[in-house]
Design a protein around this ligand. Structure first.
Ligand code: GTR
Length: 354
C-alpha cells in the first residue's frame, strides 16, 4: 500500500513538474537557441512574467520527514533561492522519500528527471568512488574537525568532484556521528560478531562490517524498520536523529555509542539542470545553498539533543564507549586498505586536526 501510494505521488509530481517546465522552456532561463519564431509566435519562456508565476520550477528530493533538520535546511535553501530570484525560481521540497529512496533518486538526478536532492555522502559513495572516503571509520575527532575539513580546499575539491558523476555539489550539511543499534544487547565490540547489520550500500561499509566480524546487509533506508521488525536483520547503524525519527529505536533497543563514522550530507543539483542555468542563477543558487547551512546546523544541534532525550525516555539501553581504542584498532585494516586511494583527502583530514 505504502509503495503504491508513493508511486502515485511520484507520477503526479513528475507530471505537474514537467508541465511547469514545459511552460518554462524546459527549465532554462535562456531563449531556445534554435528559436526561429516570428513576432506572431506564442510567447517564449523568457516572456513569461512574474505575474504568471515562477519561470523555473524544480523539485528537491529528501529522504527524511518534514521536521527533520536536513529537510529544514532544504526548505531554507528553497526560500533563499525564491527570495534572491525575486520569485522567478521555485523549488518544491518533497520529504519522506516521496520521490524514491536515495539510490533511485540519485539515478534520476543523474538523468535530470529530478533536479535537486539532499543525500548522504554514504549513498554518493556508490556512484562516485571519492565519496566512499567518508565511510572510513574514525576519520574525524568530532563535528568541528569534520567541518574544518569540509570547508578546506580539499573539502571543496571533493564537492566539486561530483561533476564527474553528473551532479553538482552545492553545500555540505551536518549529520553527526553514527552508532550501532541492535535487537540483541550490544555492550562491546565483540557483541557485533555474527550480527546481520544493515548498511548504506558502498564497498567501504562492507569491508567495515567484515572487519568487525559482522555481516553487511545493504538495503534502502526506508526498508530498515520492517527488516528489523521481521528479523531479516539484527542491527543497523545511524546517528541519533535518524535512529529516532525512523522509529528504529522501537525495534532495536540496544544502542552503543561507538561513533564509528561521521558521514556528512550533501545538497546537490543535477548537472543536466545546472548546465541550463544562466551564470546569474548559478551564483544565486550556490550562495543560497551555502547560506542555508547555518539553519541546517542550528536545527541539527537541537534535533540531535532532542532525539537523544526521547530515545532515553523510551527506555533504550545505551552503552557509552569510554575508550574507543579497541574499536579503532579493529577497523584499522579497512583504513590501511584504502589509504592509497584517498591519499590527498586523508592527508587533508589529518592536517585539519587540532
Ligand atoms: C541518514 C542520512 C540519510 C540516509 C540514512 C541511511 O543519516 O541522513 O540520508 O542516508 O542515514 O542510513 O540510509
Amino acid at each position: 500500500m505504502k509503495t503504491k501510494k508513493r508511486y502515485v505521488t511520484i507520477i503526479t509530481a513528475m507530471i505537474s513538474s514537467s508541465f511547469l517546465l514545459a511552460a518554462c522552456g524546459g527549465g532554462t532561463t535562456t531563449t531556445n537557441a534554435g528559436d526561429k519564431s516570428g513576432p506572431t509566435a506564442a510567447p517564449s519562456a523568457t516572456a513569461i512574467t512574474k505575474a504568471n508565476g515562477p519561470k523555473l520550477s524544480f523539485r528537491l528530493a529528501e529522504t527524511h520527514p518534514a521536521d527533520y533538520p536536513t529537510t529544514l535546511g532544504d526548505k531554507r535553501f528553497a526560500e533563499l533561492v525564491n527570495q534572491a530570484s525575486d520569485g522567478r525560481i521555485k523549488i518544491d521540497v518533497y520529504p519522506a522519500s516521496q520521490l524514491g529512496e536515495e539510490k533511485a533518486v540519485i539515478e534520476q538526478v543523474q538523468l535530470g528527471a529530478i533536479e535537486f536532492t539532499r543525500v548522504s555522502t554514504g549513498a554518493l559513495g556508490g556512484f562516485n568512488k571519492q565519496y566512499e572516503v567518508f565511510s572510513l571509520p574514525y576519520l574525524f575527532d568530532n563535528d568541528e574537525h569534520q567541518w574544518r575539513f569540509l570547508e578546506s580546499e580539499q573539502g571543496t575539491k571533493l564537492l566539486d568532484s561530483l561533476e564527474a558523476s553528473r551532479m553538482k555539489g552545492l553545500a555540505y550539511y551536518s549529520s553527526g556521528a553514527r552508532h550501532f543499534y541492535s535487537k540483541k544487547p550490544v555492550k562491546s565490540i565483540t557483541d557485533l560478531k555474527g550480527l546481520k547489520i544493515r548498511v548504506i550500500q558502498n564497498k567501504v561499509n562492507i569491508d567495515l562490517m567484515n572487519a568487525l566480524g559482522a555481516n553487511a546487509t545493504p538495503m534502502p533506508y526506508g526498508d530498515v524498520f520492517n527488516a528489523l521488525q521481521t528479523g531479516i536483520i539484527d542491527a543497523a547503524e545511524n546517528n541519533y536523529p535518524s535512529y529516532f525519527s525512523s522509529n528504529h529505536f522501537q525495534q532495536a533497543k540496544h544502542l552503543i555509542l561507538d561513533q564509528h563514522q561521521r558521514v556528512p550530507e550533501v545538497l546537490l543539483i543535477s548537472k543536466v539542470a545546472w548546465d541550463k542555468l544562466s551564470a546569474e542563477d548559478k551564483a544565486l543558487i550556490k550562495k543560497a545553498a551555502l547560506d542555508s547551512v547555518k539553519t541546517q546546523k542550528e536545527e541539527w544541534a537541537k534535533f540531535e539533543k532532542d532525539s537523544e532525550t526521547k530515545v532515553r525516555a523510551a527506555g533504550v539501553t545505551i552503552t557509552e564507549v569510554s575508550d574507543l581504542k579497541s574499536w579503532q584498532e579493529a577497523v584499522k585494516p579497512v583504513i590501511d586498505k584504502y589509504r592509497n586511494d584517498y591519499k590527498d583527502t586523508l592527508e587533508a583530514i589529518e592536517k585539519t586536526k587540532k
